[in-house]
Ligand binder design. Structure first.
Ligand SMILES: NC(=O)c1ccc[n+]([C@@H]2O[C@H](COP(=O)([O-])OP(=O)(O)OC[C@H]3O[C@@H](n4cnc5c(N)ncnc54)[C@H](O)[C@@H]3O)[C@@H](O)[C@H]2O)c1
Length: 290
């Protein structure tokens, strides 16, 4: 049976995108954040995305209005009753997520599915902060959500088949391709991406090549749209360091140790595009200038 009402909690970069693609698929969406103002800001971001599409002639203004009308901003975790699924996209902080899930457990219907968009925290572990580990799952969207075609679905140790099937069906309704991962550190995509970027940082650190040559090598030699160092700057060098630390701790395997240069850059505040400085330098609009 298809899920018609979706509660998205966390209206930031990921949450507003998840709400947008859900409403675009005809779902009724409640978009919640810590305050009503933040939830409304998330909805306004969707409005701005849609306005750009209307300007480019990719979307009718009336369709944009209808899509927006399907999204209701809300405050906090108390309003989840009456929704078939809750998708959580709050900060990547285990304590914050656990507290949020405890509150959602109190307000959501007993048969609602609980999905976390976490990039790195164990789904099996988060499920223990709820009353329904069998109905708890990972739905890992990629940024920007309306553009990226993938959803990685992560089954916790206790996730049941009905929950997986309902989420797979929902992901397909949202127009996404699904890959399925067991609940292992980094799941599938970050487990591949982390070591790839990390190895590029080691090569730079050891002066095997320049940043430009490492990135050009990946772009023209491997047909990647972005080189690993520019991609790390784009994602955030702090986020990539966290991915490596999660892999290293989770597997206890030295092959996942973070490159010392990556850690040093994070310590120095060279976090990438958002900080104006990383492996490259950026102007205020985020354009690469050096
Ligand atoms: N940024 C990415 O590329 C990306 C990709 C995949 C998954 N994720 C995951 O998605 C989640 C959200 O990341 P983001 O990049 O959207 O972060 P973000 O900081 O842009 O947004 C997080 C939002 O959650 C809200 N929030 C925090 N605590 C809350 C609470 N207790 N109740 C309600 N709202 C709360 C914040 O106010 C904020 O608006 C994280 O788990 C992250 O790991 C991020």
């Amino acid at each position: 049976m298809s899920i018609e009402r979706i509660y998205v909690i966390g209206a930031g970069l990921m949450g507003h995108g998840i709400a947008q693609v859900s409403a675009a698929a005809g779902k009724q969406v409640t978009l919640a954040d810590r305050t009503m103002e933040m939830a409304e800001k998330g909805k306004a971001r969707i409005g701005a995305n849609l306005a750009r599409q209307v300007e480019k002639g990719k979307l009718e203004a009336s369709d944009a209005d209808e899509l927006l009308a399907r999204i209701t901003p809300a405050q906090g975790a108390d309003g989840a009753a009456g929704h078939g699924i809750v998708i959580e996209a709050v900060f990547e902080d285990e304590a914050v997520k656990r507290e949020t899930w405890e509150a959602l457990t109190r307000s959501a219907d007993p048969d609602a599915i609980f999905a976390s968009n976490t990039s790195s925290i164990s789904i099996t572990g988060l499920a223990t902060s709820t009353d329904r580990p069998a109905k708890f799952i990972g739905l890992h969207f990629f940024s920007p959500v309306p553009v990226m075609g993938l959803i990685e679905i992560i089954r916790g140790l206790e996730t049941d088949d009905a929950t997986y099937d309902a989420c797979r069906n929902l992901a397909e309704e949202l127009g996404k391709t699904v890959i399925e991962s067991k609940d292992m550190p980094g799941f599938l995509v970050n487990r591949m991406l982390g070591p790839f970027i990390n190895e590029a940082v080691f090569a730079l650190m050891e002066s095997t090549g320049t940043a430009e040559d490492i990135d050009t090598g990946a772009k023209l030699g491997l047909n990647h749209p972005m080189g690993p160092l520019e991609l790390s700057d784009f994602i955030g060098n702090d986020v990539m360091l966290n991915v490596m630390d999660v892999l290293y701790r989770g597997f206890g395997d030295p092959k996942f140790r973070a490159a010392p240069l990556l850690r040093q850059m994070v310590t120095a505040g060279h976090l990438g595009r958002k900080a104006g400085r990383g492996f490259y330098t950026y102007d205020e609009s985020g354009k690469k200038v050096g």
